[in-house]
Ligand binder design. Sequence first.
Ligand code: NAD
Length: 360
Amino acid sequence: MKSRREFISNLALGSSAILLPDTLLKYKQDKLGVAMLGLGNYATNHLAPALKETINCHLTAIVTGTPSKVPEWKEKYSLTDDHIYSYESFDEIAKDDTVDIVYVVTPNALHHEFVIRAARAGKHVICEKPMEISADRCKEMIAACEEAGVKLQIGYRCQYDPTHKRFMEIGQKQELGQITVIETGLSFYGVNSKNWRFTDAALSGGGPMMDIGVYCIQGCRYATGKDPIRVTAQTFKKFKDKLPGMEESITWQFTFDDDSIANCTSSYVGRHDAIRVSTENGWYGMEPAYGYAMPHLTINGEKQPVHQHNQKATQMDAFALNIINDTKVIADGVMGWKDMIIIESIFKAAKTGEPVEIHY
Ligand code: NAD
């Protein structure tokens, strides 16, 4: 009997042709194992519950720095001690046959370390957004995954959402003519929170730009199917004793190579979640757009039906299928790295007050 790991590496090596079709089918009906690393809010309240709804993968292990969290996870997800890891023992996961994917859900500046360690342990990796806190660190993560021959997905759940996909299609196929202006924002009132996002710039890499502004960058990129070529930006602060070393609100303006523009805002004192695209012949947009509420698309004033599903389950299932079928990951490392180049350009533009040409 081949182990699951041998089976996967054989598939990757192209030896699946020697397998009987029914064996292959059986394998494809099997679920890939996911190890959750960093058991904070998103992992506990969103991703792990979503893994109960996934078709192609399920939770088989956890990695945590907080032993007191273990009993509840063990009970809730029927995990045994041999699939529980600390950050120190994490590398031993290489020998754990039940784990195919490691999902890194730590603060931003720790993604680099854990993605690289997961890749070196021979596991495919999902890394939460933002990919890291600098483009150079993202490049190293991509290189480590390539070197280890494992796939890397960034946790951009909207990339897999049917409403966002329809939104992408309208713009990229120019169904309402050429895009002229994009207006988008993602903000929430988080300024008083004590979480690392709002208190530890070394871990977060910045304020709302890193945490939620990245969704607006994504929205502009997939509305147009283009990468912005130039940016101007401004930061603001109302509560000066909060958010040490980070911006409170940031606005930025993209120019694309066809002279279409985007005006974007992200703030920890705002309350907003929307994107609106003006075109030669009309307009369309989503509100809500990026948050946990299901996105709602409007085209020329007509509200479209809401597509109810679990975005996180859809995203993880898509990655599991990429592994099983050896297909290209949509939200791959290069996408995350480009977003980080854009973020660095936005911060530079805000600091200098000058337009910045974005070089990828
Ligand atoms: P959180 O603070 O709730 O959880 C972070 C986890 O990392 C905790 O379990 C904490 O114990 C652990 N950790 C390990 N080392 C740490 C350290 N040195 N300092 C602080 N915590 C440490 O954060 P979260 O909201 O779960 O966010 C985690 C990641 O997930 C972030 O990168 C965030 O951007 C991303 N996220 C993505 C989405 C999405 O919709 N895709 C939503 C929320 C969060």
